[in-house]
Write a protein that binds this ligand. Structure first.
Ligand code: GLV
Length: 319
């Protein structure tokens, strides 16, 4: 049986698939696969190991001839039309769990960076502006006793909350269902989205992108934020109204933003790049050697399981 891997990922996936006697389609390249090539190769594949940068839409899914499984190398799967896949009986899997810690670590790094102005301070020094210690040089804000509002208390949101506790942050969260164990561990409280936005000093977004969450933080919702609030986003850019957030940052209506995700990646709105109070990262939430290896292994195991007639480890649709 044949497996299409759409772009170079850690060797462990390729080795596992080969060990299980699967043929890997095409020499795997480091560049994103073109739409035409994806369609051509996908038609021959029994399984596809896709990336979040591949658009697996209804048209592509309907053209598949023999594919039984699409294993996304990401926890988010908004790049795949799940309904179309389910209608065609194709199992879709993602990589939850293995990237929770790396993404939560990066979220905390962004909180520290925005509030302590780390990138800005480093640029200041590299630009030759450091002429000596000064009482009011690059003053930031402390985390202790501030309120952190976690939007989406899934695995990553909860891991962020657990870390945040050790910085003395007080935690509130917005989620569909209550998370009692998380509340107990972090002394956190479930609140409505409006209450969270009105009371948090820092908000951190940890929701999957879907029709319900797209633009959840609309212009009106963002306007509920406290003066001097900080926005951290390591989930998906489209969950908030980016244009409006930019206006709020430009007018210093909010304090800063730490962003790992954007609308229209990799084309970043140039206005974001000009502001000193914005930290911009190139979507590196899960980018550690350990995590990327684990993601590759999990994606490959999902393909192997489905093609061998066993249950997938981490399905997102259930036949
Ligand atoms: C990364 O953004 C992921 O969804 O894994």
């Amino acid at each position: 049986m044949k497996v299409l891997i759409t772009r170079r990922i850690p060797e462990v996936a390729i080795n596992l698939l080969k060990k299980n006697k699967f043929e890997i389609l095409q020499p795997i390249s480091d560049k994103p696969i073109s739409k035409n090539r994806l369609k051509l190769l996908a038609e021959q594949a029994d399984g596809i190991l896709s990336l979040l940068t591949d658009r697996i839409d209804k048209e592509l899914i309907n053209s598949l001839q023999r594919c039984k499984v699409i294993a996304n190398f990401a926890v988010g799967y908004n790049n795949i039309d799940i309904i179309a896949a389910s209608e065609k009986g194709i199992i879709v899997t993602n990589t939850p769990g293995v990237l929770t810690d790396s993404t939560a670590d990066l979220t905390i790094a962004l909180m520290l960076n925005t509030t302590r102005r780390i990138s800005e301070s480093e640029k200041f020094l590299r630009d030759g502006k450091f002429t000596g210690w000064k009482p009011d040089l690059l003053l930031g804000r402390e985390l202790k006793n501030k309120i952190l509002g976690i939007i989406g208390a899934g695995a990553i949101g909860q891991a962020v909350g657990e870390r945040a506790l050790s910085f003395g942050l007080k935690i509130i969260y917005y989620n569909r269902s209550p998370k009692r164990e998380f509340e107990r561990k972090t002394r956190s409280k479930k609140v409505s989205l409006n209450t969270l936005l009105k009371t948090s000093d820092i908000i951190s977004i940890h929701l999957p992108l879907s029709d319900e969450t797209k633009n959840l933080l609309s212009k009106e919702k963002l306007e509920l934020l406290k003066r001097d609030a900080v926005i951290i986003n390591t989930s998906r850019g489209e969950i908030l109204d980016e244009q409006h957030m930019i206006k709020m940052l430009e007018s210093n209506r909010i304090y800063s933003a730490g962003l790992d995700v954007f609308h229209n990646e990799p084309d970043i709105n140039p206005r974001l790049l000009k502001m000193r109070n914005v930290i911009v990262l190139p979507h590196v939430g899960s980018a550690t050697v350990e995590t990327r290896n684990a993601m590759a292994e999990l994606a490959a195991k999902n393909i192997i399981n489905v093609l061998k007639g066993r249950k997938p480890l981490t399905p997102v649709n259930h036949e």
